[in-house]
Design a protein around this ligand. Structure first.
Ligand code: PHE
Length: 455
């Protein structure tokens, strides 16, 4: 059997995992939820969830991946032979595949919006942004072309392998992404709505805190860190023996939270700069409200508006690309290792099959919009099934598996790198994995189901 791949450096490993975590969730979903749920109070709960639920599960996934040096299905096969715990691995890879097939659709949109910003279509003063978005997503050829192009880019990176593809590309794309965010944050200070935007983001209004806001914050923390879907477990299988698992998880989560909060700093001052625009515009915020807002907010300097909008959509595209790579890799690693075929063949199988499902998701905004199950289009169904059902369930099982089933000494050894790293956090981590994470996630899960069935 060929030697299992490895990341070449610790930095590369952190950038790759951070690339997985930082995605559309940070720049598109997080600001939308902050807008809907009242600003700073939501952010506070989000950070608490990252600390007490997200990070422990991430460490748990790192432990499993690095210890077994295998993809997620194989990892559970090794750790729990013949036991039903193995279902966690199957769920992880399965959900990565489902998310990949709809993620490429929205990622294709980012590509088209970046193109439209630079072609000037989005800075046309007569542009009706709602219609622009609606026409685009309902146009089967254009939206499919965008998704296929995006998938092709992901594919070309994956076939180059772990070090030459994923690691090299993350080391370039992540700093680029951080640089673009930095430039955009500086630009927002010239916007008239800066004070109002900052107040909204920094001054908590606890009267807005309801149980569903808390649960939304926790769900978002989970989604944003990419836990429980095989990606981090697979990446951890490429970690070296000297990579410190807890501090890596802290670095990845800090980068992820930093990017999410900064996206808020980019978006809200812009939104507050334009009278009559609502902060709680929902999913349309990034694709319908923002192009308009960018144009208006820099009304007297059209060139700034043009650059700001172009850079913003490139940012969104880069974030989506590094996340899609990790979703693809989770499935590809399994097909490559367990079906005993070359990496190239494995990744082609994954790209083609995910793209075929992606076609259905893409068309569900147009010609297939009447295909619904429980009132949900195919796209919505994939999103709901993965993020409301499989992810939380996988998260609880993962926490329970590492907290209760896995040999305590094995976990301690991985976390302390065989005794070389201090073990002070170990008992805290175990307590969070055994009790706090499962209870918190189960509450979120039940609440999610109740909402889905209109209870
Ligand atoms: N964490 C990513 C984001 O914030 C989403 C994602 C989910 C990435 C699953 C990989 C796997 O957008």
């Amino acid at each position: 059997m060929e030697k299992h791949a490895n990341f070449g450096s610790r930095m590369g490993a952190i950038f790759a995992a951070a690339g997985s975590a930082v995605g559309l969730g940070n720049i598109w979903r997080f600001p939308m939820l902050v807008g809907d749920n009242g600003g700073a109070a939501f952010i506070l709960i989000y950070i608490v969830s990252i600390l007490f639920v997200g990070i422990p599960i991430m460490v748990g996934e790192f432990v499993i991946g690095r210890h077994t040096q295998s993809n997620m299905i194989e990892a559970f096969r090794q750790l729990a032979p013949g036991k039903w715990w193995r279902i966690i691995g199957v769920m992880g890879i399965g959900v990565a595949f489902i998310i990949l097939s709809y993620y490429i659709v929205v990622s294709g949109w980012t590509l088209y919006y970046a193109y439209s910003s630079f072609s000037g279509a989005l800075s046309d003063p007569d542009c009706n942004y709602g219609a622009f978005f609606g026409d685009f997503v309902a146009n089967p050829w254009l939206s499919l072309l965008a998704a296929v192009l995006f998938m092709l880019m992901t594919h070309l990176i994956i076939i180059r392998g772990v070090q030459n593809g994923i690691e090299k590309c993350s080391k370039v794309l992540m700093p680029m992404l951080l640089l673009i965010i930095g430039i955009l944050v500086v630009c927002t200070f010239s916007m008239p709505g800066i004070n109002e935007g900052l107040t909204f983001l920094l001054k908590p209004d606890f009267s807005k805190l309801t149980i569903s806001v808390v649960l939304a914050a926790m769900g978002q923390a989970f989604y944003s860190l990419s836990v429980a879907m095989g990606c981090l477990c697979t990446y951890a299988s490429y970690f070296g023996r000297n990579t410190r698992l807890v501090s890596s998880a802290l670095s990845v989560s800090s980068i992820d939270t930093f990017v999410a909060v900064l996206s808020g700093f980019i978006i809200f001052p812009a939104v507050f700069s334009v009278p009559g625009v609502d902060v709680n515009a929902g999913p349309g915020l990034v694709f319908q409200t923002l192009p308009y807002v960018f144009n208006m907010a820099f009304g007297n300097v059209p060139f700034l508006a043009y650059i700001f909008s172009g850079l913003f959509y490139i940012l969104l595209f880069l974030a989506a690309l590094t996340s899609a790579i990790s979703l693809h890799e989770a499935v590809t690693a399994y097909v490559h290792e367990n079906w005993h075929i070359t990496r190239k063949k494995a990744s082609t199988i994954v790209s083609v099959s995910a793209m075929s499902m992606g076609v259905l998701c893409c068309l569900s905004f147009g010609v297939l919009s009447h295909w619904t199950i429980f009132g949900l289009t195919i796209f919505d169904l994939f999103d709901v099934v993965s993020s409301t059902i499989i992810l939380p369930l996988g998260g609880v099982l993962l926490a329970l598996f590492v907290g209760w089933y896995l040999n305590r000494e094995l976990v301690r050894k991985e976390i302390t790198n065989d005794g070389q790293v201090s073990q002070r956090v170990f008992p805290v981590l175990m307590f969070l994995l055994r009790w706090v994470a499962p209870i918190a996630i189960l509450t979120m899960f039940i609440k999610g189901l109740m909402e889905m069935f209109g209870m």
